[in-house]
Design a protein around this ligand. Structure first.
Ligand code: NAP
Length: 296
């Protein structure tokens, strides 16, 4: 056991993508005493981590040469692909046998494509998107949904434990991403359906707080909506999970349905409603602001 712990602490870790989620996750790795190398497109977002002892690298490529395990937490497949395979990308520079864990929310076919690119370079790959938002990320309470080789997952498990309360092996490459886009499809739909119901309730003369209290106690609402009650009540839409990312996830879901020749009419409709909210300037508000959009 002691040998495994020593082995883990001798591992050099890289983290690319220091937005809302990545900065909190990286901070939890640092707090545990790991040597952490970081890169982000916008360097200012790394300042806090650098004060805590992280080491800055000027490009994904220079970071890749240092590390044994790399985490990426980037906006979407375009960002992941450009930092992995573009100019100064990390994939060509990682050591043979090292591990790349992509925690970004991306589509399953993209995760499979990245796993193939990685394997071709003798890099081991996991798709490990997370369930949980800014606060669970800060508290180290995320849930990792892991696709890929279970043995590789077991090797990374001590690091998952520092950032999350659980890591579940969902299946082979792409299955973690598959489970993640299913979760966010339900999250987006639940919030939208609730918003439409509440908005009409208010138009029918029901008091907002009373209607919310009542609806949230009934079994017909999703339990997760309770988390967003205060935001809707106080109309405070500071972003924990930006609306543009939820719309992106619905897009990943509909894109996947297209690839698999499946019709997903409800998700397509929901995606367009979030797109309209984005067009109205709500892209960087929390996704729960869809209530504000529906109710105006
Ligand atoms: P965020 O704060 O917007 O951070 C996005 C990150 O991606 C930043 O580091 C950003 O760099 C980088 N990025 C975006 N486009 C890029 C590009 N073209 N080239 C290079 N870097 C690029 O987002 P987040 O909330 O941390 O989310 C990160 C991922 O986790 C997303 O896939 C999201 O769907 C997923 N997720 C989010 C939550 C949540 O509640 N927030 C929960 C679960 C999963 P800059 O700093 O330079 O912009």
């Amino acid at each position: 056991m002691k040998r495994i712990i020593n082995l883990i602490y001798s591992m050099k870790i890289g983290f690319i993508g220091l937005g809302i989620m990545g900065s909190a996750m990286a901070s939890n790795l640092l707090k545990s005493g790991h040597k952490l190398f970081v890169y982000n497109r916008t360097k200012e977002k790394a300042e806090e981590l650098l004060k805590q002892g992280a080491v800055w690298k000027d490009s994904p490529a220079t970071l890749a040469r240092e590390i044994d395990v790399l985490f990426t937490m980037l906006e979407d497949p375009i960002a992941v692909e450009s930092l992995a395979l573009g100019t100064d990308g990390f994939l060509n520079e990682m050591k043979k046998g090292s591990i790349w864990v992509d925690s970004s929310t991306v589509n399953p076919s993209f995760s499979k494509k990245m796993s193939e690119k990685a394997i071709a370079k003798s890099i081991r790959f996991l798709d490990a998107p997370v369930s949980g938002s800014k606060v669970p990320a800060e508290k180290g309470e995320l849930l990792f949904l892991v696709g890929g080789d279970k043995i590789v997952m077991e090797e990374v498990q001590p690091l998952f434990d520092l950032m999350g309360q659980n890591a579940v092996h969902i299946g082979d490459h792409g299955k973690g991403s598959a489970m993640k886009i299913m979760i966010n499809q339900l999250l987006g739909q639940s919030m939208l359906a609730f918003s439409e119901s509440l908005s009409l309730g208010m138009a029918m003369g029901l008091e907002k707080k009373m209607a919310m209290d009542f609806l949230l106690k009934t079994p017909v609402t999703a339990p997760i909506l309770e988390v967003f009650r205060a935001r809707i009540e106080d109309e405070n839409y500071e972003p924990n999970f930006p609306l543009k990312h939820l719309q992106k996830d619905l897009h990943l879901f509909t894109d996947t349905a297209f690839e698999l020749n499946k019709a997903v009419p409800l998700t397509n409709a929901a995606k367009e409603i979030y797109a309209q909210a984005k067009q109205k300037g709500m892209a960087d508000m929390d996704f729960s602001s869809i209530f504000k959009f529906i109710n105006e």
